[in-house]
Design a protein around this ligand. Sequence first.
Ligand SMILES: Cc1cc2nc3c(=O)[nH]c(=O)nc-3n(C[C@H](O)[C@H](O)[C@H](O)COP(=O)(O)OP(=O)(O)OC[C@H]3O[C@@H](n4cnc5c(N)ncnc54)[C@H](O)[C@@H]3O)c2cc1C
Length: 361
Amino acid sequence: MTKFNYNMIAIGAGSGGLVSTFIASAVKAKVALIEKHKMGGDCLNTGCVPSKALISSAKAVQMLKKHTLYGLKNVSYEVDFSLTMERVQDIIAKVEPHDSVARYFSLGVECHIGKAMIRSPHEVEVNGQVLTTKNIVVATGARPFVPPIPGLEDVQFSHSGNIWDLRKQPKHLAVIGGGPIGLELAQAFRRLGSEVTIINLDPGILPREDLDMVQFIRESFENDGIKLLDETTIESIEKRGDSSRIHYSREDEKQFLDVDHILVAVGRIPNSSGFGLENLGVELNKNKTIKVDKFLRSSIPNIYACGDVAGPYQFTHMAGHQAWYATVNALFSPLKKVCDRLFRSSLVYLYGSGTGTGRTE
Ligand SMILES: Cc1cc2nc3c(=O)[nH]c(=O)nc-3n(C[C@H](O)[C@H](O)[C@H](O)COP(=O)(O)OP(=O)(O)OC[C@H]3O[C@@H](n4cnc5c(N)ncnc54)[C@H](O)[C@@H]3O)c2cc1C
């Protein structure tokens, strides 16, 4: 194929795909963005924005609880959980225009809402139309992993993708998982008034963080009244009317816990299959992220990947950072190639200054 509809197509309109196409449009490339669900992806709709909005309500409650420290007297307040969750949606709505089809269209990006299927290294199908492209940037993100716990599917549970739909406050929330997403939501729900128990398989929480920080967080959680059951294996979950009984074993003893809601937060798996990569033989890592080289190129040279689907760090700023490198490499290779790995530590520089350069090869 010598002529293509586009210089680049990005699949997924989360942080990775948005930054990719923004950069491509800035250098006047012919670029398309395909999104099957909501513009803005995880960060806007189910990740950073809603979680930080909820945390800010929880923080307000915490400050009100400690109002005497601020020189305030006779403060009274009541948490309206439903209103708090509606506020989260209002904040998403305020940010939405920034990531919208209208904005990207005005930047020169052709947006398609529909599921992308990669038919060949140069052909992507969406809504029955085959678009041809010189390069593809895969930015399809990740989704919550739901572990195969017997009985889980029969009870009321949420994960980070749908907890935002809750309007009735759980009286007692069990959070399964001791990573950052589970913990930040555990703290927020506790501060908003739910009883919260964290159940974690591992001996500690936040395995990637510094031990002194972990200790500080543990103490803060204890002060808030959050219970932590670590080194705990959930055997099964049993539906009992409107509540769930979690059967678990801890310190060689079988015990149970009754809760009225469960949040599953045991990690997020990359969206790397079901849209054509496997038919092309694109190589994956053991954890299902797309195997990329230091130029963020997959095993097929004109297919790049960035963000949660590439890993190794599942953060918005990481997705944006990688998107910059993937896009520059896709559009300017072989004239110029920038290496992502040498510059991971330069995020502050890159984002602080609004510009960034990588080593060229
Ligand atoms: C509760 C929570 C809190 C978080 N808080 C933070 C935080 O404070 N700071 C931080 O840095 N990160 C945070 N994150 C992580 C952050 O949200 C992700 O790392 C980031 O959004 C990843 O961006 P992405 O572009 O790789 O993927 P996503 O944002 O997931 O975007 C991928 C998009 O691809 C679309 N897609 C998938 N397959 C196809 C297909 N075949 N065709 C078309 N479209 C497709 C999906 O619908 C999705 O919109 C949080 C995550 C969660 C869950």
